[in-house]
Design a protein around this ligand. Structure first.
Ligand code: PAF
Length: 282
């Protein structure tokens, strides 16, 4: 498995694979890889002969008071981990490689509407940063397939919208969330949790599952379910950002007949901002 930093080295390898008629899957990451990323790489491998994993902590998707500086950078460990699975190449570019005109003068891509609420509302500019870096990675790698995690449900919808709207010939695949045994969705940010917070954190998923069960049993009092769940989480010590039941297709408010719902939650526990979601197909 190769680790490359420049577009030139990357292109050399990609050209070789394309000459052989091989398809390329891209798994964009910010590194600090865990079993969730590993499962995305495995899914990528099922969909293409070659798998490129990009590792880039993207400055444009962090707000100025967010954790860009402290975000864990663990390239050596990530490389060791990816060597043991089915990745073919790591692309770990410098900021100047991704933003050759500088971050201040970067062309930004902005998906409207679907980015307005939830994480887009609490993290202004976050999704513009995500789409702007993913569009660049798509342009640089030109993958046939790209794989994103369901844990970032809104993110994968935003990227799907961008890819469709810009006619990018890339199949977007969403990989299931990987969880610890107690249900907590794996995330690099879980390591910000203290032991006490870590003990409380699985409640996030428990509440999602409980609401999912109620929806499956016919409950349609969405507002009450949202308010009661948010209250339950607050009482347990979470600082709840949102708890919402929406249409899985576009995050709009559902009516009673909607049969593909998603329950979305974001909440802070100490220094960690945790997000999770559950798709409910009625
Ligand atoms: O989900 C992430 O890790 C990031 O938002 C992504 C898609 C790699 C873009 O920086």
């Amino acid at each position: 498995m190769k680790v490359v930093n420049s577009k030139e080295e990357l292109n050399e390898q990609l050209a070789e694979w394309r000459d052989e008629g091989e398809h390329i899957a891209l798994v964009p990451t910010m590194g600090n890889l865990h079993a969730g990323h590993v499962s995305l790489v495995e899914l990528a491998r099922e969909n293409a002969e070659r798998v490129v994993v990009s590792i880039f902590v993207n400055p444009t998707q962090f707000g100025k008071d967010e954790d860009f500086e402290q975000y864990p950078r663990t390239l050596e460990k990530d490389t060791r981990r990816l060597k043991t699975i089915s990745a073919d190449l790591i692309f770990a570019p410098a900021v100047e490689t991704i933003y050759p005109f500088g971050v201040e003068d970067a062309t930004m891509i902005s998906v409207p509407r679907i980015t307005e609420n939830f994480c887009g509302k609490s993290r202004p500019g976050h999704f513009d940063g995500v789409t702007s870096v993913v569009a660049r990675l798509f342009g640089i790698v030109r993958p046939d397939v790209a794989v994103f995690g369901q844990k970032d449900f809104q993110q994968q919808l935003v990227i799907r919208h961008m890819a469709l709207d810009l006619c990018l010939p890339i199949k977007i695949i969403t990989g299931e969330t990987v969880r610890d045994d107690d249900g907590l969705a794996l995330s690099s940010r879980n390591q910000y949790l203290t032991d006490d917070e870590r003990a409380i954190a699985p409640l996030l998923y428990e509440v999602l599952v409980a609401v999912g069960d109620k929806l499956q049993s016919g409950a349609r009092n969405f507002d009450e379910l949202e308010a009661a769940s948010a209250r339950q989480l607050s009482e347990a010590g979470f600082d709840v950002d949102y708890f919402a039941i929406r249409r899985a297709l576009n995050l709009e408010s559902p009516d009673r007949d909607c049969d593909e719902l998603v329950i979305l939650v974001a909440a802070k526990l100490g220094n960690a901002r945790l997000i999770d979601n559950l798709i409910v197909t009625i």
